[in-house]
Structure formats: C-alpha cells, structure tokens
Design a binder for this molecule. Structure first.
Ligand code: TK8
Length: 335
C-alpha cells in the first residue's frame, strides 16, 4: 500500500467514524384509508403519525389519508394492501377473519373488562403473535389503535335485558362470531359493510347497529336512531396495517420510522378517543336520543347467555389462541 492510498484509507475511516451513517429515506406518499369519518379520533392519530414521519424523514415520507370508505371498505382496502396496490389501512379485525382466523378472538363477546386489559393484551406478546399471523398473509401490522367498547343503537326500543333483542334487525360486521352472538340473543342480524350502515338505517332496511359512542357520533348514526344502549358487548381494536409487498421495497430506516410513528400515533389516538367517548355520549343525548346503561345483573345475564359462543367458535379461532388470551387475562386479573 503506498502512502497516498494509506492516507485515503485513514481519512475514509475517520469520516465514517465521526459522521453517522446517512439516513436512507426516499420520497414516499402513503395512501392510508379507513371507513370512519375525518373527525373521528383516528384522524388525531394519523396527524401525529404524519408529523412524526415528516420529522424522522426530513419531509420525505407523507401520509395521504382517505376517510369514510372512500377507498373501499375494510375488507376491500385490506385486499388492496395484500396485492400491493395500496400502502396502508386502519381497519377492524372482524371482517378479516377469513384471512386470519385467530383474529376472531377479538370478536368474542365480553372478552375484555376494560381498556387497560385490551391494551395489555394487544401491546404484549399476544399482539406480537397476531402480528406474525398477519405477516404470513402479506400484512404488516404497525400498531393496535382503539375502536373501543361497542354499544347498540336502535330505532326500535332500548335494550335493557337480552330479551329486548328479539326480532331486531341489526347490522353486524361481516363476521360469523358477531352474527352468531346476536342470533343467540334472539336478534335478526345482517352482515354489512360499514359504509352501508347509514342509509340502511335511514331507509329502515335495518333497525339497529352496534359501534362505540364515538362512531355513533362521528358517523351520524344518532340522526337516524332513537336509542343507544350501553351494552359494551365487545371491545374491538383497530389494526394499522401496511402492505408487505410495498414494505419489502422500503429501506430499513423507512420501515423503522413507520413502526415508531405508528406507536406515537397510537398513544395520541388512544388518549383522544377515551376523552371523546364521554363527549360523544353527551352529544348523542343532547340530540334527543335516549341513552341507557345496562344493570350489572342484566349485563351478567347477557354474558352468561353468550358463553356458548366461546365453545362454538373455539376450533375455528384456534383452541390454543383462546386459551392463551384467557391465561393472560387471568394473570392480569389476579394482580
Ligand atoms: C370502519 C369500521 C368500523 C367498525 C364497523 O371501517 O365496521 O362497525 O366498527 O369502525 O372498521
């Protein structure tokens, strides 16, 4: 090695030791769709995620968000991710059980007692396990955001005991566990995409639907409903998913920024939705809708009546999946 070469090597070494490696970001526009309205707290999460990405990538990574099913419903958008024609979606797991049966665990009635339990399950090893299942079908789940505890709205009558479901034509997500849960309570459930609910309620094609207060508020279901009953019969998370096909073309820095910023967005989204829930309930009442709670005794009767759903869907969800989540919950409840 001559002197010139040696000097070259030394100065190269010096530069690489003193300067951090150049971050690897390209201009990326991420189309992110979902079914709910632009004033739902998911938008607060998306805003926080967007700002975080701009900061980390020096403005190279942007999110272009689409609301109110503008790019299709949860199932269609998720299929678009799998085929690599759309980057991201915020979707409910329930319509996706045909792709990943273990997602059905989130549809089991009365599984979680409160938000803290749900957070512990989805942010822990159980959430990681579900993420691995999703990855196998071409979906990278960046984080679990919150949809929340689901309540029943109706134009017919308030639900105070499970017998009040009798004959109610209620929209459910495209999911056989929800279908069975409401059939078992005596209702007449119809699976339907989220984007079709408002007009189906308005025209009277259905009497009822079930979603958290914030959705009943922001998607204006309260305008075409007379009662909301606080059944809290299920808690559903939101999956913030990215197309694996597109993901694989991104640099490691870009991937890491997406993962980190989805978690930043998650923390904002969860805080905002929990505050908004109470406000939404008040606004629904102020609009003239009768809101009722369910007595603890009747809640317990609904829960007992619904236990059969756990057995009937056990094999389809995966016995070990149900056992695993119940073991985590038992552990949490013993603390
Ligand atoms: C919005 C849906 C919605 C869900 C439903 O796309 O379908 O009822 O609760 O939030 O994911």
């Amino acid at each position: 090695m001559n002197r010139w070469m040696l000097t070259g090597v030394v100065s190269l070494l010096a530069t690489s030791l003193s300067l951090p490696a150049l971050a690897d970001f390209s201009n990326r526009t991420i189309r992110l769709s979902n079914g709910i309205a632009a004033d739902h707290p998911v938008a607060d999460g998306v805003r926080a995620m967007t700002e975080c990405l701009a900061e980390k990538s020096d403005g190279a990574m942007r999110i272009n968000a689409f609301w109110s099913s503008a790019l299709g419903d949860d199932l269609q958008a998720t299929q678009a991710l799998r085929s690599g024609i759309q980057e991201a979606v915020v979707a409910s797991p329930s319509p996706l059980v045909g792709m990943v049966p273990s997602l059905g665990v989130f549809d089991l009635p009365f599984l979680f007692a409160d938000e803290a339990e749900a957070d512990a399950v989805v942010d822990g090893e159980f959430g990681d396990f579900i993420n691995q299942e999703l990855e196998q079908v071409g979906l990278i789940n960046l984080a679990y955001w919150e949809n929340g505890f689901r309540n029943v709205s109706s134009s017919q009558r308030p639900i105070t005991r499970w017998e009040d479901f009798s004959g109610t034509r209620i929209r459910v997500m495209q999911n056989n566990i929800f279908l069975d849960t409401f059939q078992n309570l005596g209702a007449n459930p119809t699976p339907m995409a989220f984007g079709e609910i408002f007009s189906a309620l308005e025209t009277g094609a259905i009497d009822a639907q079930e979603n958290p207060f914030v959705t009943i508020d922001t998607s204006k279901f309260y305008e075409v409903q007379d009662y909301v009953s606080e059944t809290r019969h299920a808690f559903t998370p939101f999956l913030v998913m990215f197309s694996k096909r597109i993901w694989d073309t991104y640099s490691e820095d870009e991937q890491q920024a997406l993962r980190d910023c989805a978690v930043v967005g998650r923390d904002v989204q969860r805080r905002v939705i929990r505050e908004a829930s109470l406000r939404s309930k008040e606004e629904i009442e102020a609009a003239g809708v009768a809101v009722n709670e369910i007595s603890p005794e009747e809640q317990q009767r609904m829960r007992e009546k619904s236990q059969v759903i756990y057995d009937r869907h056990r094999d389809q969800i995966g016995p070990e999946v149900i056992d695993r989540v119940q073991a985590i919950l038992a552990e949490l409840r013993s603390d």
